[in-house]
Design a protein around this ligand. Structure first.
Ligand SMILES: C[S@@+](CC[C@H](N)C(=O)[O-])C[C@H]1O[C@@H](n2cnc3c(N)ncnc32)[C@H](O)[C@@H]1O
Length: 283
């Protein structure tokens, strides 16, 4: 790797050596399974630089080594938070939601017992709230009462935002106007919207690192794990998809991001359409 990249700001020394960049990449992989590609030095400096200032560390190097050596245990969460990408959106990759309404909902109407959905990298809530809107719109109220949506993410900061359910007008632009009016209230003080109770009541948020033990037993009828596996290496992806398969009910469905091909990965699921996989057996 080339010479240290420096940020030309006053205050703490934000130079990032190649060795420290490697140490950040290794630590992020260990903590979250995320592969930090080459050439992201500027991003690391800008994101961790904020934490250097917030913690009062004298330099980026000092901060990085304190986090890695465990000298700042509380900082581990912030380290993960600032280095993860949370890009998301309501009705993102709409083919998944068409499939949900056209194929899964009709199958679920035959079901007894709970319908269980897991949004496994939920970011700021747009994905689980999209599912919640469709549940409220399309499923009979008797089935709605038995429907549970679990939404998890590694980032506590983003989960706090999801629980609040506050979105700017730009963020809600992907929601059809009639659904926006039905499921969100106008913010009194800001140019935005806040999710109503009827959505929030369907979704339970919890912090979960996909690389660690999972406390829940399943089985799930639908798992969405979209646009996070792209940051994991093949081996990690394969392990993860097989763990998801183990938690799916027979006939249950896994949705991955459309940019996340599972080709070359050994798993027991059958592909139904791009980015939609099903566990064999009847629901
Ligand atoms: C790009 S967002 C995708 C959000 C949503 N699923 C979508 O497709 O719009 C990726 C999310 O994965 C989360 N994430 C990254 N590594 C994770 C891990 N090891 N365990 C759980 N969540 C993780 C990030 O915090 C981020 O919110």
């Amino acid at each position: 790797m080339s010479a240290p990249v420096s940020a030309l700001t006053a205050g703490p020394d934000l130079r990032l050596s190649a060795a420290d960049y490697g140490a950040v990449a290794d630590h992020l992989y260990t903590l979250a399974g995320i592969t930090l590609r080459e050439g992201k030095e500027a991003l690391v400096i800008s994101r961790l630089g904020k934490r250097v200032r917030a913690t009062g560390a004298k330099s980026l190097g000092e901060y990085i080594h304190a986090v890695i050596d465990g000298g700042m245990p509380a900082e581990r969460t912030h380290f993960i938070d600032v280095l993860t990408t949370n890009k998301t959106g309501f009705f993102r990759e709409p083919a998944h939601f068409d499939f949900l309404v056209d194929e899964l909902f009709p199958a679920w109407t035959e079901r007894r017992g709970e319908v269980r959905i897991w949004s496994a990298a939920s970011s700021s809530g747009e994905e689980p709230y999209t599912v919640a809107m469709l549940v409220r719109e399309h499923l009979a109220s008797e089935i709605q009462q038995r429907t549970r949506i679990l939404a998890t993410d590694i980032s506590t900061r983003i989960l706090d935002a999801a629980r609040q359910g506050r979105y700017t007008s730009a963020q809600t632009a992907g929601i059809p106007p009639e659904l926006l009016r039905s499921y969100f209230d106008r913010e009194a003080t800001a140019d935005g919207w806040v999710a109503r109770r009827t959505l929030k009541d369907l979704v339970r948020y919890a912090r979960l690192n996909l690389m660690e033990e999972w406390p829940m037993k399943g089985p799930f009828d639908l798992i969405l794990c979209r646009n996070v596996m792209i940051y994991f290496d093949r081996e990690t992806q394969e392990r993860l998809v097989n763990r998801f398969a183990g938690l799916l009910a027979p006939g249950g469905v896994l949705m991955v991001g459309h940019a996340e091909s599972l080709s070359g990965i050994q798993h027991p699921l059958e592909q139904l359409q791009p980015a939609v996989f099903r566990k064999r057996g009847a629901l």
